[in-house]
Design a protein around this ligand. Structure first.
Ligand code: ZN
Length: 80
């Protein structure tokens, strides 16, 4: 695949940081190979990369580090 499915822009291979939810837990996966559209920034993953993601997250890979993630609530910015 060398064109974006959304905008037909050119895609290039990059390593990205991917956020994945699984069973109410968020996982940050660094250095995941992706095809990234130069035009709209959309990311695509090959079936092999989904396999890697599945092995890491579902397979319970050992985390390289643990980070705390702030949770924000957009409704608090609304005027009542
Ligand atoms: Zn695109």
């Amino acid at each position: 695949m060398d064109t974006c499915l959304s905008c037909k822009g050119h895609v290039e291979e990059k390593r990205v940081t991917h956020l994945q939810a699984y069973h109410d837990q968020w996982y940050i996966v660094e250095n995941l190979p992706a095809l990234v559209c130069r035009q709209c920034g959309e990311r695509f993953f090959t079936a092999q990369v989904y396999d890697v993601l599945h092995r890491l997250v579902v397979g319970g890979a050992e985390p390289v580090r643990i980070v705390e993630v702030p949770v924000l609530d957009a409704s608090q910015t609304e005027e009542s």
